[in-house]
Ligand binder design. Structure first.
Ligand code: SME
Length: 160
């Protein structure tokens, strides 16, 4: 199968997500390897949504996340449970939308250009196995639309 994405450059956020979801499903079809699928989700969302930074942190031990597949500037490799937006999302098992990272207590600044952020826990069999982290270089860039569609995308990982 050809692996080119169709990108709706002029469309609004919702239309972009709606166009990407079946394409991401196609990219993962028949592939069970988690790292391969996280890598393609990262690339598809980076290219398709134009995110500044998008990637995964995976649970590496009972109190630490380690950097997984991502697209964007280099990032911190390890995050403790309860630290920063990612460690908090993991600990609380909750989606966190942060309109201004400077106002989030304990935010970990991997890139100084990062201004707002959304983090979603990645659940498998009722357990959090990592988080999806998306950073923007604009303030207040994430909302319920991102939450809904990013959740749909990570839910594609463990179906079937
Ligand atoms: N800002 C995140 C750390 C990861 S980077 O943004 C890629 C946090 O506070 O958890």
């Amino acid at each position: 199968m050809a692996e080119d994405l169709t990108i709706l450059r002029e469309a609004d956020k919702e239309a972009k997500y709606q166009s990407l979801i079946p394409q991401i499903r196609g990219l993962m079809f028949g592939e069970k390897n988690l790292i391969a699928n996280l890598a393609n989700i990262s690339a598809a969302l980076k290219e398709g949504m134009g995110f500044f930074w998008i990637g995964f942190y995976l649970v590496d031990s009972e109190d630490e996340l380690v950097l997984g597949p991502f697209q964007g500037p280099v990032a911190c490799t390890r995050i403790k449970k309860g630290r920063g937006v990612c460690g908090s999302s993991w600990q609380r098992n909750e989606v966190l939308i942060v309109p201004n990272v400077d106002e989030f207590p304990g935010h970990i600044a991997c890139a100084s250009a990062s201004k707002s952020e959304i983090v979603l826990p990645l659940q498998k069999g009722g357990e959090v196995i990592g988080v999806l982290d998306v950073d923007s270089d604009q303030l207040n860039d994430f909302d319920e639309t991102d939450k809904i569609y990013l959740k749909q995308i990570i839910d594609l990982l463990f179906v079937g």
